[in-house]
Design a protein. Structure first.
Length: 254
């Protein structure tokens, strides 16, 4: 046996004349494979992939239930508890189901400790660094191509807090992110934008405000609205953090 034939035997196994039929140049695939590309051989396989959200903690359970039941929800909690992600996921779900006509996402354009200076470009270009987290959450639920198409149609709108005054948001799902960087007056203005057939979710962490402690209005507003039965105030805890486990450990000592 030649060296080449020996290598082929080691690689393919011993020669079996039975695997050839009429045409000796065609080798038949073994029929006992566990999977076949034929559709009728794979009835038990999942042919589609539907991305759905599932809560990973009791606090997230409470938040999802509150969004489904109330028109105004305030979600307060530390970083990594999924406040923004769950709010935007429920907004996309409502838009896809036809429950609302548009999604309005807003957050304050407050610098987190450093100055970005004079940014070039149009208004959208100047605000892009502040609104990037909202784009990231949206692109995780929808493709960027779909996000751009919906934004062009006006079905998704991303705007800073300063551009919300004087508006009435009807038939919309509104998400106010990073609300700890809003003053009491700004939050009062934002909450009163709620219109008919709309849902508003306000998210933030009172302990991570980039404003002076006495200027942030999220904590005082949440304390006052907690007494209103038709408004849900969900307070997430360290146990609800779903990021890297070190995040919970760091927040416990910082």
């Amino acid at each position: 046996m030649t060296k080449r034939a020996l290598k082929r035997q080691v690689r393919e196994g011993a020669f079996d004349a039975g695997q050839f039929q009429d045409d000796g140049k065609i080798r038949r695939l073994p029929v006992e494979r566990a999977w076949s590309p034929l559709a009728h051989h794979n009835d038990d396989r999942e042919q589609g992939y539907l991305k759905t959200i599932k809560s990973k903690s009791p606090g997230q359970d409470e938040l999802i239930a509150a969004i489904d039941a109330k028109n105004l929800v305030m979600a307060l909690g530390p970083a990594g508890t999924g406040k923004t992600y769950l709010a935007i996921a429920k907004a996309v779900e409502a838009l896809e189901a036809g429950k609302v006509g548009r999604i309005v996402l807003s957050r304050p354009a407050v610098e987190a400790g450093e100055s970005l200076g004079f940014l070039p470009g149009e208004m959208e270009d100047k605000l892009a660094p502040y609104l990037r987290p909202l784009y990231d959450a949206l692109s995780d639920r929808l493709s960027m191509k779909r996000v751009r198409a919906l934004m062009t149609e006006g079905a998704i709108e991303i705007a800073p807090v300063g551009f919300m005054r004087g508006r009435t948001l009807n038939n919309a799902f509104v998400v106010i992110d990073e609300a700890q960087n809003c003053t009491y007056g700004q939050l009062k203005m934002l909450l009163t934008r709620l219109g008919w057939h709309s849902t508003m979710v306000v998210t933030g962490d009172p302990n991570q405000s980039d404003l002076l402690p006495e200027l942030s209005g999220l904590g005082p507003v949440a304390d006052k609205l907690e007494a209103v039965s038709n408004i849900a105030v969900v307070r997430l805890k360290d146990r609800d953090i779903v990021r890297h486990p070190l995040v919970a450990e760091m927040l416990g000592v910082l």
